[in-house]
Structures are given as structure tokens and as C-alpha cells.
Design a protein around this ligand. Structure first.
Ligand code: ATP
Length: 202
């Protein structure tokens, strides 16, 4: 199974790109979605979080109170490590399950923290969706309604753009219109289909 890791900074266009490839029939595993999935009611990771942090990080209906949990780990690196020791292995295991269930010629693993979390290890190739900072700020703030200053602090906390570009095998430039993005993705899609065919015959 050919696994392609797709990453990029906030507002770079990861979702737009992966939605486009999904329309071509490519299965997409979204690491952000998996991170929410593994803390749903009934999940062992949620039970472990409640056991460590107490019921005050749960809502009355038993679901996770994200704001309360965020407040607990925000200024406390030790508590943050505890949380990550619970969630990261659960996220990796669930990502693997979803990847193994994929049936398309190749599968995309979309993750904003592909390199930071080691999720790139699952992938034979990686592609970065690259936008300049002004495009990232304008797009993310108009989508989420948050200020460009807040977006700037998120960008500052993410892996530097230069490092992401250095580490990835393929680069898609998303500075212009969506159609420019789609043209580049058409080429990559062909390339990945060929790679997948080689893998299956080799
Ligand atoms: P995040 O990591 O914050 O979830 P993302 O990388 O998934 O972001 P998208 O949600 O795909 O980014 O794009 C951010 C916003 O910018 C969306 O509203 C999207 O429709 C818009 N957008 C992305 N690329 C372009 C483009 N080339 N032209 C115009 N708008 C775009």
C-alpha cells in the first residue's frame, strides 16, 4: 500500500488539496479527525484522560470538555506530557488502522504535524502544500474568524516553512488561484498512481 503524507502550515490549503484528491477516489486519513475520534465517549484514551485529570475535564454527558483540558495543560509542560503520552500512541494506532482499511490505489495521510509527530514514518513519500505567510494569514483568518495576529502566533509555533520544504519529497505551491493548485495536483496524482502500480508489480 502506497501511503503519501500530506502536510503544510495553518491555512496552507491541505483540506482543499485532499478534498480534490478524494474526489478522484483517493482515500484520505485525516490526523486531526483521528485526534478527535480517539477521545470520543467509550474510547480508552478518554477514560485514561478522565482517570488522570479528573471528571472536571468531562462535560455532564461524559464527552471531553476541551476548554477545561486545554486550561489544565496550557501552562504546565508536565501535564501536557501526560496528555500526549495518552493521546499520541492512540492516534498512531488509529491512523494505522484507517490506513490499513484503505482500498484506493494510494492513500493520503493528511497531518499538520506530519514531521513533528513522526507520522511521516508511515509514509513512502511526503508532499507539502506551501503558501506564503500572507496567504496563510488571510485564508485562515477569513475561514476561522480569528485575527491575523493569532494566526501569526500559530505559524510561529509550527515547524518553520523552510524546514518543512526541506523535508518533503514533493512541493505544491498554493499562492494563486485554486485552479493552479489543482493543475499541480493532477500531475502528482498521475505520478502517485504510477508509483502505486510499480509497487504492486515489483
Ligand atoms: P488548517 O491547517 O488550518 O486546517 P488547511 O491547510 O487545511 O488549514 P484549507 O482549509 O484547505 O487549509 O484552506 C484555508 C482556507 O483558504 C479555506 O477556506 C480554503 O477554501 C481557502 N483556500 C485555500 N487555498 C486557496 C486558494 N488557492 N485560493 C483561495 N482560497 C483558498
Amino acid at each position: 500500500m502506497l501511503i503519501i503524507g500530506l502536510t503544510g502550515g495553518i491555512g496552507s490549503g491541505k483540506t482543499l488539496a485532499s478534498d480534490y484528491l478524494a474526489e478522484k477516489g483517493i482515500d484520505v486519513v485525516d490526523a486531526d479527525r483521528v485526534a478527535r475520534e480517539i477521545v470520543e465517549p467509550g474510547e480508552p484514551a478518554l477514560a485514561a484522560i478522565a482517570a488522570h485529570f479528573g471528571v472536571e475535564v468531562l462535560q455532564a454527558d461524559g464527552s471531553l470538555n476541551r476548554a477545561a483540558l486545554r486550561a489544565r495543560v496550557f501552562a504546565d509542560p508536565a501535564e501536557r506530557s501526560v496528555l500526549e503520552a495518552i493521546t499520541h500512541p492512540a492516534i498512531r494506532a488509529r491512523i494505522l488502522l484507517h490506513l490499513q482499511a484503505a482500498t484506493s490505489p494510494y492513500v493520503l495521510l493528511v497531518s499538520p504535524l506530519l514531521f513533528e509527530t513522526g507520522q511521516a514514518d508511515f509514509c513512502q513519500r511526503t508532499v507539502v502544500i506551501d503558501a506564503d505567510e500572507s496567504a496563510q494569514k488571510a485564508r485562515a483568518s477569513s475561514r476561522d474568524g480569528v485575527s491575523e495576529t493569532q494566526i501569526a502566533s500559530i505559524i510561529a509555533a509550527q515547524m518553520p516553512r523552510s524546514e518543512r520544504l526541506r523535508r518533503s519529497d514533493d512541493i505544491v505551491v498554493n499562492h494563486g488561484a485554486p485552479d493552479d493548485l489543482y493543475l499541480q495536483l493532477d500531475d502528482l496524482h498521475q505520478k502517485y498512481l504510477e508509483l502505486a502500480a510499480e509497487l504492486n508489480h515489483g
